[in-house]
Design a protein around this ligand. Structure first.
Ligand code: GLN
Length: 232
């Protein structure tokens, strides 16, 4: 089905570093599952993209203020967000998980976080989760604007643990980062393409249409497997 774009070019806002969904390769070029999926969808549906990789919470704000038409950023579809954003069909199943330094054997349950410092990226589900459970487990919360700051903080020991989406932690570990995940991940968290509520509805329709087509042809699996591999 062909849906008529209402603009020649749509501004898409995204995270600045969220591998393997969006990240800069060694040439400074952005790539990843989100980038590749949306590029193919735009190609098939006949519209142009102006990607802005500005960081997760900045992207949320840009969408709200109308500076961005759409957002793709490994963004989880939640009931709370549905009040402010309209989501396309879910395109990836995720969830959040706690990570600690590889050589840290002190933390094997949430209870072990008492008196420790736990970090997350501002505006994310992980940030909400660690804030919600702060009193219960008695740790201090520290939020970071971007993933590199968060992961560096754990590396240098200025935080004891961090929370992030499990496929992102898994990818970092595969890339050789000295992390581990001692606690079972939290369930839920499907990713969705988002627009500001009531705005750019044709963009959501084009996304859904393109996604269906990519799944039908197997190209969706190809793109995901390029970054994550069959064994996930
Ligand atoms: N999936 C998480 C969320 O939506 C994190 C997204 C991100 O950090 N890019 O809150």
């Amino acid at each position: 089905k062909k849906i008529e774009p209402k603009k020649d070019t749509y501004t898409i806002v995204s995270d600045s570093a969220f591998a393997p969904f969006e990240y800069q390769d060694s040439d400074g070029e952005y790539k990843g599952i989100d980038v590749d999926l949306l590029k193919r969808i735009a190609e098939m549906q006949g519209f142009n993209l102006d990607f802005k990789f500005i960081g997760f919470s900045a992207a949320l704000q840009a969408l709200e203020s109308g500076q961005g038409d759409g957002m793709i950023a490994g963004m989880s579809i939640t009931d709370e967000r549905k009040q402010n954003y309209d989501f396309g069909d879910p395109y990836f199943e995720s969830g959040i998980q706690l990570a600690v330094a590889k050589d840290n054997d002190d933390i094997t349950s949430y209870e072990d976080l008492e008196g420790k410092t736990v970090g997350a990226k501002v505006g994310t589900e992980s940030a909400d989760f660690i804030k919600e459970h702060q009193e219960e487990y008695g740790y201090t919360v520290k939020n970071f604007d971007a993933a590199d700051q968060l992961y560096d903080a754990l590396k240098v020991g200025s935080i004891d643990a961090m929370m992030d989406d499990y496929p992102v932690i898994g990818y970092a570990i595969k890339q050789g980062q000295a992390l581990k995940t001692p606690i079972e991940r939290e369930s839920g968290g499907e990713y969705g393409f988002a627009v500001k509520k009531g705005q750019n509805q044709e963009l959501v329709e084009m996304f859904n249409e393109g996604l269906r087509e990519l799944k039908r042809t197997g190209e969706y699996d190809q793109i995901v497997n390029t970054y994550i591999g069959e064994d996930g």
